[in-house]
Design a protein around this ligand. Structure first.
Ligand SMILES: [Cu+2]
Length: 130
């Protein structure tokens, strides 16, 4: 016969189960299938740049996911005007941003990805086809 769990033990157990569920949910929502594009704020030859981008085919999809990583020691902006995106990514932060297809300006093919906080911060670009 197993000893019945004490109140503290069963409370601990349910917290662990809740945590496991939350983590599974996050993995699912956070695009366990991978992001459409990744952008990383890095410093190259004394200049800060957003590195990354590429091309995304949005045909038949309702949104896309961007992974944004700031490897630098200060906060940096992450803006894409033609996608209604404007965020501040903290030093060392990694974030996944979901852009609804309806927010993407279809008259633009190459979207400019830039830092709204620092005019000299190099921009990247993201090509989207629909
Ligand atoms: Cu910046």
């Amino acid at each position: 016969m197993r000893k019945p769990l004490s109140l503290a033990q069963s409370a601990k157990l349910s917290i662990i189960m809740i945590l496991a569920l939350v983590m599974a949910g996050c993995a699912y929502l956070g695009g366990g299938y991978g992001e459409d594009a990744t952008f990383t704020a890095v410093e190259e030859g004394g200049t800060k740049v957003w590195k990354g981008g590429g091309a995304v085919d949005l045909k038949g999809r309702s949104s896309m996911t961007l992974k944004v990583v700031n490897t630098l020691g200060a906060d940096h902006g992450f803006s894409i005007d033609s996608m209604k995106v404007q965020e501040v990514i903290k030093a060392g932060e990694e974030r996944t941003i979901t852009v609804p297809a309806g927010n993407i300006d279809t008259s633009v093919r190459e979207h400019r990805v830039y830092c709204q906080l620092h005019p000299k911060h190099g921009a990247a670009s993201l090509t989207v086809t629909k």
